[in-house]
Write a protein that binds this ligand. Structure first.
Ligand code: FES
Ligand SMILES: [Fe+2]
Length: 524
């Protein structure tokens, strides 16, 4: 039986494959989101009635504006921001305010099959059958369409290990919209030999290189391939690493080392030519509970922010390199004709490109030709390439929450800095005055003298008590107050350091740094 994802000519039908579009924990349920998959603009929105994510084409059937600029209304329908047409879960138009009633099927939004699995929202980018637009459960077309929908969901590319009961796998989840093609990303993550060099300092070491004895362990088919790197990373210190490429967008490395096991899972999601969404899960299983405890304490945004340097290690050269590759291939040359790959280190890169040529039709956007080169567009500036905010933070609910938390803590730290600084100055002034005059009464002036009676007296006593609480018991030498001044100054300095550190952390949500750590490291 042919694979459901294959076109009639045996090559893959990219529009009949499931793609993850987002971690659901990073989606804000209060508003619609735009995402482009295979050049199709999509709107992702939370249906509060069914408590499920919905995915439509991001185009209003009335006058074609993006539905993602609208809202989810009180009735739990997606409402266009232009004239208020409202659409229910299946895409059916329920409200045309200008007519007072819903309109014909032509008024429907195009709905896509979406399913949440393993914390990811997956989309099948072919429109739902019209039968699913019909309400009620007796329509035989509807029953058939629903049965087909269930069968379709069995093809979602999942991480099998995360399905193991009691598997104790922990997933560190990261995503970013990258300024290069999904095929460039897939090549990059299949290519383990770049890691010690590209990611020297940030995660690896270019001085620890072992054999790159990579081999395919299964034949190359339309479904992908498996492979084994017998020596494995860190010059073999961690043991062999196995790899799976499941066409078209899933890749997994697995390493079973002493004390831990790790999976590096990447979904390379094609957005448009030269642009993809990386969805990355670093899945770990530890031999003892301490790392697990620490792992669970960290918020999702921490992993997002921490992954940026690593991603930016490759960002500039992959963006520039893929254009060079496409230009050279536009003359009709194959990948292996324009790239020279004599070593077994490139086994998976070669295999992936063979898959792309034999079964992948060159890619969803038509492969390397002059049109593809044109579609890649002008190269971005370095500043644009390192723009973390537009490539991730702006659309990530977890990072937006992180920014709010950081702003709140930073505000509190700034207040402590100001207050403690003022108190340090006050204590120092009291100490200097006490030492100069040699008597506490003189040091604190009338505040330290017996208070007058009445309201002024009460106020005066309160002020003296406050002053003592801040500056310590009155001390004729001024030494006690000076000690307090030093303590307040230390607190102010600590708070100032916290403000600076939090500002540095906030900055990490916005822009990357250049040059990459490997090029500025003093270590060889
Ligand atoms: S364009 Fe959407 S309601 Fe008019
Ligand atoms: Fe994030």
């Amino acid at each position: 039986m042919p694979d459901a994802g294959l076109a009639a000519d045996g090559s893959i039908d990219y529009f009949n494959e499931w793609y993850p579009v987002s971690f659901t924990k990073d989606l804000d349920k209060s508003k619609p989101h735009r995402f482009v998959l295979l050049d199709i603009p999509l709107v992702i929105w939370w249906d509060p009635n069914a408590k499920a994510w919905r995915v439509f084409e991001d185009v209003c059937p009335h006058r074609l504006v993006p539905l993602s600029e609208g809202r989810v209304n009180q009735a739990g329908m997606l409402e266009c921001g232009y004239h208020g047409w409202a659409f229910s879960a299946s895409g059916r138009c329920e409200v045309v305010p200008q007519q007072g009633k819903r309109d014909t099927p032509r008024a429907c939004a195009t709905a896509y099959h979406a399913a949440e699995r393993q914390g990811l929202l997956f989309v099948l980018p072919k429109p739902l059958p019209p039968a699913l637009l019909t309400k009620g459960g007796t329509n035989p077309d509807l029953a058939a369409a629903l049965a087909m929908a269930v069968a379709e969901e069995a093809r979602i590319p999942l991480v099998p290990e995360l399905e193991e009961p009691g598997g104790k796998w922990l997933s560190q989840d990261v995503w970013r919209d990258l300024p290069y093609d999904w095929s460039t990303l897939m090549e990059n993550v299949l290519d383990s030999s770049h890691v010690p060099f590209t990611h020297h300092v940030s995660m690896s070491n270019r001085n620890v290189i072992g054999a790159y004895d990579l081999k395919l362990t299964t034949p190359l088919t339309e479904e992908g391939f498996d492979g084994l790197w017998k020596t494995g990373p860190r010059a073999g210190k961690l043991g062999p690493q196995s790899t799976t490429f499941k066409a078209p967008c899933f890749m997994k490395h697995r390493l079973d080392a002493k004390g831990f096991a790790s999976l590096t899972v990447v979904y390379a999601v094609p957005m448009r030519p030269g642009k993809c969404r990386l969805i990355n899960r670093n899945v770990l299983r530890f031999g003892n509970p301490v790392p697990e405890l620490i792992f669970n304490l960290l918020p999702p945004w921490w992993w997002h922010v921490s992954s940026n340097v690593l991603l930016e290690d490759d960002q500039v050269f992959l963006h520039l390199g893929e254009e060079e590759l496409a230009r050279r291939r536009a003359n009709g040359l194959s990948h292996s004709q324009v790239c020279y790959m004599p070593s077994t280190a490139d086994t998976y890169v070669v295999a992936f490109n063979r898959w792309l040529q034999r079964f992948g039709g060159g890619g969803p956007f038509g492969g390397a030709d002059t049109q593809f080169v044109e579609a890649l567009g002008a190269r971005l500036s370095r500043q644009q390439l390192l723009d973390r905010y537009s490539q991730h933070t702006e659309s990530c609910a977890s990072c937006q929450q992180g920014l709010r938390q950081i702003a709140a803590v930073r505000g509190a730290a700034a207040a402590v800095r100001t207050l403690a600084g003022a108190l340090a100055i006050f204590c120092a002034a009291v100490a200097v005055a006490a030492a100069a005059v040699g008597a506490p009464a003189a040091a604190l002036g009338s505040l330290a003298a017996p208070p007058p009676a009445g309201v002024l007296g009460v106020l005066g006593s309160a002020l003296v008590r406050c002053a003592e609480a801040v500056a310590g018991p009155l001390d004729p030498s001024g030494a006690g107050q000076m000690l307090r001044a030093a303590a307040w100054a230390a607190l102010a300095a600590g708070a100032a350091a916290a403000v600076a550190a939090l500002e540095g952390l906030r900055q990490r949500f916005y822009e990357g740094v250049y040059p990459p750590p490997r090029n500025v490291s003093a270590k060889d």
